[in-house]
Design a protein around this ligand. Structure first.
Ligand SMILES: [Zn+2]
Ligand SMILES: [Zn+2]
Length: 320
């Protein structure tokens, strides 16, 4: 892929820089331009200048998933260039109304976390903390929605592979001309992507089953037969198939570890399991930690290996 360039955009988040990909074969298209900060805008502009373009030249902005480190600045780019925004249909609502989406998440997960054994104060902190980050995004109206299998012309045709799990409306893009995939945060070289729980697209009061979805999405990406991955953070993934296999193995091992813990501890809440697995987790990691544990409990439930016991609005898990 000679006509694609990576621009590493700074973010204010622990994850570090985010990879923006610029496609220059026919006009200028960007994949994941970065968060809404002045630093990101300055480095995006400089990166485009190096390629002989300015922000005003952008014809379209593709978004892999509705997380602010990837899409936050897209509305500004589009305002300046008049280009179009492209994303999966399940990402449209969180992109267009990120604050409403955040309110929905808070309203749903506050009682939900408590039903999973999280103490009230800890649940409150876990759902309130992300508020600090909501400044790094601007609402983005999507002009062109894609579904699994649709293609987007960026000089070459990119085929969208729907890959929910890390986020709703996540898509990978696979060019028809080269055995590579642009993977967003679905697969990364050095980070094991977190299948975060979220309110299910199109609902107010249902959650996603993020880890089962995520593992299905890995198989869907694997079937696209790409050799090399270009992720949303870090270096490229030299052997995508090996990396996908490693991630699946990691989750299967953790699933067995959690099954063993349930066997030892008897009827047990997801929160108790999280504390066993990750003692002394800082408040910022409680939501990702609970997402991880509940994801594995969902797998065990799907495999009919656990029994769910509801007692006084608290849910406990026991082995069958
Ligand atoms: Zn993400
Ligand atoms: Zn990210």
């Amino acid at each position: 892929m000679d006509d694609v360039h990576r621009i590493e955009i700074p973010t204010p988040f622990d994850v570090g820089r985010v990879n923006c990909y610029a496609f220059v074969a026919d006009g200028l298209s960007l994949l994941d331009p970065g968060p809404a900060t002045e630093a990101a805008y300055a480095e995006l502009s400089a990166g485009l200048n190096d390629l002989g373009f300015t922000v005003a030249d952008v014809e379209q902005v593709l978004i892999t998933h509705p997380h602010m480190d990837h899409f936050g600045i897209a509305a500004r780019v589009i305002k300046e260039s008049g280009g179009r925004a492209v994303a999966h249909r399940d990402a449209m609502r969180p992109l267009a109304e990120p604050l409403d989406h955040f309110d929905r998440e808070q309203a749903f997960f506050r009682p939900f976390l408590q039903s999973m054994g999280v103490p009230e104060q800890v649940a409150e902190t876990a759902v309130t903390l992300p508020e600090a980050y909501t400044d790094y995004q601007e609402p983005l109206a999507v002009d062109y929605e894609v579904r699994d299998g649709d293609s987007v012309d960026v000089g070459v045709d990119l085929t969208a592979v729907h890959s929910p799990g890390h986020a709703p409306g996540s898509v990978c893009f696979v060019p028809e001309t080269a055995p590579v995939a642009f993977t967003g945060d679905h697969v990364l070289q050095h980070i094991s992507p977190n299948p975060l729980l979220t309110v299910a697209p199109g609902t107010e009061d249902e959650r996603t089953r993020s880890l089962p979805d995520y593992l299905d999405s890995l198989e869907r990406l694997r079937a696209a037969d790409a050799d090399t991955g270009y992720g949303g953070h870090g270096e490229r993934i030299e052997d995508l198939d090996v990396r996908i296999g490693d991630i699946i193995d990691h989750h299967r091992q953790r699933e067995e570890r959690i099954a063993n813990l349930i066997g030892e501890l008897g009827p047990v809440t997801a929160y108790d399991l999280m504390q066993e697995l990750f003692p002394d987790l800082p408040a910022t990691e409680v939501f990702p930690g609970m997402s991880e544990v509940i994801g594995h409990l969902d797998l065990l439930e799907d495999e009919n290996r656990v029994e769910i016991i509801e007692e006084e609005a608290i849910r406990k898990y026991a082995l069958r």
